[in-house]
Design a protein. Structure first.
Length: 257
């Protein structure tokens, strides 16, 4: 069942939910304070949203962890919980976030709890000896092909996005690699939020390039609380460039494409 952004919950069948809510891109799950899917694209109704997906056991944990007053969670576009028992809002004006209630089969729950709470760094290692060597070899080969295919698809996806501009594709892919795995998706989103043509236009001015990247990354949001002349100059330059190019911050965005 899914909840809309209004005050009540909307109960949908599996078929309706599949039609109304479509996860369109491969997302990466990592362990931080909670489980988060980064760089997801989700279609709710006719609108396509891009951002992060947060997961909790229940909606109460959103408030318990203080996410409603944390700017870092303004980019969350969907909240998943096994138990949806209250509305959740973000820090940006108390905007209500759509929710989905997940029904988890008992077998999946037991397996996940074993993997999550095991003291071993590789919980499934005890099961490996029972698998045929041929199966393991074929699985590793398949993983290698999947990784190569995924990387190639990323390249083609950006080429399509930028009308076959290899320069713009390389700019985004290079930025992603600067994230070194954990922050790759955020670095990619940062690059996408600043068109390459803008970087080219200001490439002869390091100060303006720094202002653009630091500002879009949210590192110039301290305002008057940070008393530093260089910081203030960067912030003023960023606010000017942001207004000039109508840049959109990383705190959640949507696309109709």
């Amino acid at each position: 069942m899914c909840g809309n952004s209004g005050s009540s919950l909307l109960v949908l069948s599996k078929q309706q939910m599949a039609e109304k809510l479509k996860l369109l891109t491969r997302v990466q799950i990592i362990k931080m304070q909670v489980q988060i899917f980064f760089n997801a694209k989700i279609k709710i109704g006719e609108r396509l949203w891009a951002g992060n997906v947060e997961i909790h056991s229940s909606s109460d944990e959103w408030v318990k962890h203080g996410h409603q007053s944390d700017k870092a969670y303004n980019s969350v576009i969907l909240h998943l919980a096994e138990k949806v028992n209250r509305e959740v809002v973000n820090e940006r004006g108390g905007l209500k976030i759509p929710q989905c209630e997940l029904q988890i089969p008992e077998k999946v729950r037991r397996s996940s709890e074993y993997l999550i709470f095991s003291d071993s760094p590789l919980p499934c290692k005890n099961f490996l000896p029972s698998l045929p060597l041929k199966l393991i070899d074929s699985y590793l080969e398949e993983l290698a092909f999947e990784r190569l295919e995924r990387k190639a698809n990323d390249v083609f996806m950006h080429l399509k996005r930028f009308n076959n501009s290899w320069d713009e594709m390389f700019y985004v892919m290079l930025s992603r690699n600067f994230g070194s795995g954990l922050n790759s998706d955020m670095f990619e989103r940062l690059a996408l939020s600043i068109p390459y043509k803008i970087i080219q236009k200001h490439s002869d001015n390091l100060f303006q390039v720094e202002a653009l990247f630091f500002g879009q990354a949210g590192m110039l949001d301290g305002g008057e609380t940070i008393l530093d002349n260089y910081y203030e100059q960067l912030r003023n330059e960023y606010l000017f460039l942001k207004s000039k190019y109508r840049l959109q911050s990383l705190d959640g965005f949507y696309s109709e494409d």
